[in-house]
Design a protein around this ligand. Structure first.
Ligand SMILES: *Cc1c(COP(=O)(O)O)cnc(C)c1O
Length: 299
């Protein structure tokens, strides 16, 4: 895949601690088929087309980056798609679903109870019976093909980094990064959701090395949870580095990263690569729900 190279960023904190910091700008690949989602989708969609399926079915919350990315990518690849969305339908679609609809996505809104069955074999078989030629992409693109795509995030020249850091939702992205890392590199996942047990299990099943660690203390209470400290951090980061972060994941990642520096987590003279996994259009959802004015365009 062809994407812009790593960008170095600077601050007094990095300088004082003698670490070099780079950001892999997956956010610049496409605003809607955002960052890591493209990597997790590509082999899934290739497989669907190979199997002559005529539709993708996937799952997500009403503000899910994965839903929007799937809609945009399906359009690009000329395949229909249906999203099973957690929660009831509102009178007005939120900005993310409005964009997804523009790409031709159809929605099926289900109760939380039904949504909880999204990974059950019976439920999935029933969907396949109903929509005969559908290809199922699990929530967040979290399957083997998704991890295979995430293995393509690191490039050859990234072997020079001592630490690689990415945010965690399902852990599929981290799993792919671990698989393509060197054993001498340390891969750190900043957990941005509530659940810790399932993530560890998911990653252990999908990786072949143990050079990774998950940091759980910077999730700000769980997925989509935030406070003023976090929104101020996002805005300051934009001012200092001209990089837009998303509030769900990459803001928590950078916030946690800088706290780790203050604690002398990183060896002096080391090189750190943080993966900007995209998702900045998710900020539109926060602006809509909480009347905020977060930036959402990359650059
Ligand atoms: C979905 C998403 C993640 C989480 O990726 P996983 O592979 O599920 O861990 C991280 N960052 C952004 C911006 C995302 O949209």
């Amino acid at each position: 895949m062809n994407f812009k190279l790593n960008q170095q960023i600077f601050s007094e904190l990095y300088l004082n601690n003698e670490i070099e910091v780079f950001v892999k700008r997956l956010d610049l690949i496409d605003p809607f088929i955002s960052g890591n989602k493209l990597f997790k989708l590509k082999h899934n969609v290739d497989r669907a087309l190979l199997e002559k399926k005529n539709m993708l079915i996937t799952f997500g919350g009403a503000f899910s980056n994965h839903i929007l990315a799937t809609a945009a990518y399906a359009k690009k690849k000329n395949i229909d798609c249906l999203a099973i969305v957690r929660g009831e339908e509102y009178f007005e679609l939120n900005p993310l679903l409005t964009l997804a609809k523009k790409y031709g996505m159809k929605f099926c809104f289900v109760s939380r109870k039904e949504y909880a069955k999204r990974n059950d074999n019976n439920y999935v078989s029933e969907l396949i019976r109903k929509y005969k030629k559908a290809f199922i992409v699990p929530e967040g693109g979290n399957n083997k093909l998704g991890v295979l795509g995430a293995e393509e995030i690191l490039e050859k020249q990234d072997k020079s980094f001592d630490y690689i850091i990415c945010p965690i939702g399902t852990g599929a992205t981290l799993s792919g990064i671990v698989n393509s890392s060197n054993r001498s590199q340390k891969v750190i996942g900043i957990n941005c959701i509530n659940d810790t047990k399932d993530i560890n299990k998911n990653i252990s099943q999908k990786t072949n090395k143990n050079n990774w660690e998950i940091i759980n203390e910077f999730n700000f209470g769980g997925f989509a949870k935030f406070d003023n400290v976090l929104t101020e951090y996002l805005k300051k980061f934009k001012l200092n580095n001209k990089i837009t972060l998303d509030l769900n994941y990459t803001t928590k990642m950078f916030f946690g990263f800088e706290k780790l520096i203050e604690r002398r987590y990183f060896q002096r003279k080391s090189k750190v690569l943080l993966i900007h996994t995209g998702g900045t259009y998710g900020n539109l959802g926060f602006n809509y729900l909480y009347d905020l004015d977060l930036p959402y365009e990359s650059n």
